[in-house]
Design a protein around this ligand. Structure first.
Ligand SMILES: [Zn+2]
Length: 672
């Protein structure tokens, strides 16, 4: 997942309720995985178009590893009707088994014996409140899942424990006008009346949290990797112009990661599907990554906020997380740290070494700050921050590879994946592989980089200084103190990062010549020079033509406030620019227009109503938050805005809810 909260649950088998009825011989508090191995789930799931009700029929196969008197499946707030239980696939046990439900676990009580294989058949019906989301996108239904942290067992009976890997084959029936995307390979589509049943098949097992479903109005582009894996890129029909910038480098990154990791991509195909108001940036469901449609960007948006990093991160999880899965939260970095590191390697392949080292540098600085604030934790602490799991995890791999060398590192990773494929892993499983090829103990490395609470920031920065001349130069450039060299830095060949550092420290050194540098340096000018001096006016105005929605937004505001008599000119020039998903440029334009009384090209009342209308639930959460923010700034949140704010508190997206509640409080305080 990119950016999320991971919950880790441990439980013993809770059968206390059953004891009094059935006189069970023991109370067992071991993991169910010690007794039962769930092999496969064949699920026939129907989702009703008109009322979003979910129902289905499941065939579950499992092996008994040790004698046990009951087994369970997780099914939250569902109604289950058990149909039959078969031993060795041929002997019907029913009705000689009992079942019961306790705390969302559905127990099958039977005298299960070691070595036996069973088939269990049952119906279920659910009204999911989590994990399966029903949203509106342009007046059309869209349905999608988020299993990690929220659990698949809210819409599909399965196992919350990530340590039992199951081969899932899903049949999904839905309205025939919609596309249905799920894990694995599409075997067939069967149309009947107003519905289509989509049959997806998987060949290998995975934990239940990776089961995925995305239903909506989609087109797709198909391609094939160098190694022959089918690739599918989904998009909304109206977004055809955004497909190329959004999915740019996808094929290159796929081929790169397969080669770099050294273990062939482990699933039948790879699909990527954007969804509306997603909870996170992306989620690595096996062979079916779901990501936020805020990453569907055009040519210009690509320069500011593209999908490349999230794309690579979720792809890397197909190995690290999906093929090998951490046994518990203690080893979560084996998923997020690896995904972050391999995404960075894929980006290095595209954007070059400087990009790679500056990313590591920035993360080292942030990790150092986290320690200073007293929030640092060991990488093995399951309560660590995302910064620790993701960025420190990636740093560990960079440091380790720097220590043991490319060859040892790559051999160890490959061997680690081969040994533990389709199984679960702990930190020692990985480290012992590296030690085996390295031929020496890594215990002091592990103590310093992994176990210690404090991130070794000095060691990290020194390492970067030895590895990158650009980082050295960046550290040398310092204009906090008045140095005569600083004006020269803006002229000569120091990196863009170093120039940006100078601009942030000494914006008054910017001259007309500074505008001749690239996009990022010009963006820094728009960010750090907010009061535009007359001498820079003409060059500053050229920022309004930059292919960056961030630069345009900054420049429009700064020019508008610095040169009041030219406001009409700036508004006319930027009238048709929209910006990102949250319409950053368009909303600013409306607000500035409303605050420019002499500019009479538009009906101000209609513009104001347009701004208020963007708070409506018909729009995406980012746009709504942006509109609420401006209306609040102008103290103009009217009745309509307030009622939309109230409504936003029940949104499925936690960021929207948090924002709406916070603003609502503020408005109340203001009123008082
Ligand atoms: Zn992730």
């Amino acid at each position: 997942m990119y950016f999320g909260v991971i919950l880790v649950y441990f439980y013993g088998m809770k059968k206390i309720l059953l004891i009094s009825i059935l006189f069970l011989s023991c109370i067992c508090f071991a993991q169910q995985t010690d007794y039962v191995d769930f092999k496969s789930v064949e699920a026939d799931v129907k989702i009703r178009y008109f009322d979003d009700k979910v129902s289905g029929f499941l065939k579950v196969e499992f092996d008994i590893i040790k004698d046990i008197d009951s087994i369970f499946v997780d099914a939250k707030d569902m109604r289950l009707r058990f149909e039959s239980l078969w031993k060795e696939k041929k002997e019907r046990v029913f009705p000689k088994f009992e079942y019961s439900e306790e705390q969302n676990k559905n127990f099958i009580v039977h005298d299960f014996k070691k070595g036996e294989t069973f088939l269990l058949f049952f119906y279920y019906a659910a009204n999911p409140k989590k994990a399966l989301y029903f949203v509106q996108k342009n007046g059309e239904k869209q349905i999608w899942t988020q299993g990690q942290g929220k659990y698949t067992s809210n819409w599909l009976p399965s196992l919350d424990d990530t340590n039992d890997k199951i081969e899932f084959d899903l049949k999904i029936t839905y309205h025939k006008d919609y596309e249905v995307v799920s894990n694995g390979k599409l075997v067939n589509k069967i149309e009947k009346d107003s519905t289509i049943t989509w049959h997806y098949n998987m060949q290998n097992p995975m934990p239940s949290y990776l089961v995925a479903l995305a239903i909506g109005k989609y087109d797709k582009i198909t391609d094939t990797s160098k190694s022959g894996i089918p690739l599918e890129y989904y998009y909304y029909p109206e977004d055809s112009l955004k497909v190329e910038p959004t999915y740019r480098y996808s094929n290159q990154m796929f081929d790169f990661l397969e080669e770099e990791i050294g273990f062939p991509y482990p699933w039948q195909n790879y699909k990527q599907v954007p969804v509306h108001d997603f909870l996170y940036a992306g989620m690595e469901n096996t062979s079916c990554t779901i990501f936020s449609d805020a990453y569907m960007v055009d040519e210009i948006g690509f320069n500011d906020k593209n999908y490349v990093n999230v794309n690579a991160h979720e792809l890397a999880h197909q190995w690290f997380g999906n093929l090998v899965t951490a046994t518990s939260g203690e080893h979560h970095w084996l998923q997020e740290g690896f995904a972050t590191y391999y995404a960075l390697l894929a980006e290095r392949d595209i954007f070059g070494d400087d990009y790679y080292y500056f990313d590591l540098y920035e993360n080292a600085v942030n990790l150092g700050r986290q320690d200073l604030a007293g929030d640092g934790t060991s990488l093995l602490n399951p309560k660590s921050s995302s910064l620790t799991f993701y960025q420190r995890g990636a740093w560990v791999l960079h440091a380790l590879r720097s220590k043991v060398g490319d060859e040892v590192f790559k051999k160890a990773v490959k061997s680690y994946l081969e040994k533990h494929q389709y199984a679960n892993v702990e930190t020692s499983d990985f480290i012992s592989e590296v030690e085996r090829f390295y031929g020496r103990s890594l215990s002091s490395f592990v103590n310093l980089w992994i176990k210690a609470e404090r991130f070794p920031v000095e060691e990290a920065i020194t390492m970067l200084q030895n590895q990158s001349t650009r980082i050295n130069e960046y550290l040398m450039v310092d204009c906090e103190a008045n140095s005569s060299k600083c004006a020269n830095y803006l002229k000569y060949y120091v990196s863009d990062e170093a120039k940006i550092k100078v601009i942030s420290q000494r914006p008054e050194l910017v001259t007309n010549d500074t505008f001749k540098h690239g996009l990022k340096v010009r963006q820094a000018i728009s960010q750090y020079i907010t009061n535009v001096p007359e001498r820079l006016k003409e060059d500053y105005e050229s920022l309004l033509d930059d292919p960056s929605y961030i630069t345009i937004e900054n420049a429009l505001y700064n020019l508008w406030s610095s040169f009041p008599t030219d406001r009409a000119k700036y508004l006319s020039k930027t009238r048709n620019i929209i910006g990102f998903n949250d319409m950053n440029v368009k909303l600013l334009w409306i607000v500035l227009n409303l605050n420019t009384p002499f500019y009479q090209a538009d009906n101000k009342q209609a513009l104001f109503e347009e701004l208020v209308s963007y708070t409506d639930e018909a729009y995406n959460a980012d746009l709504r938050m942006n509109a609420f923010r401006y209306l609040n700034l102008m103290s103009a949140c009217n009745e309509k805005c307030k009622s939309n704010l109230e409504n936003a508190k029940t949104h499925h997206n936690w960021r929207m809810v948090k924002y709406a509640k916070g603003l609502s409080e503020k408005l109340k305080e203001k009123k008082d």
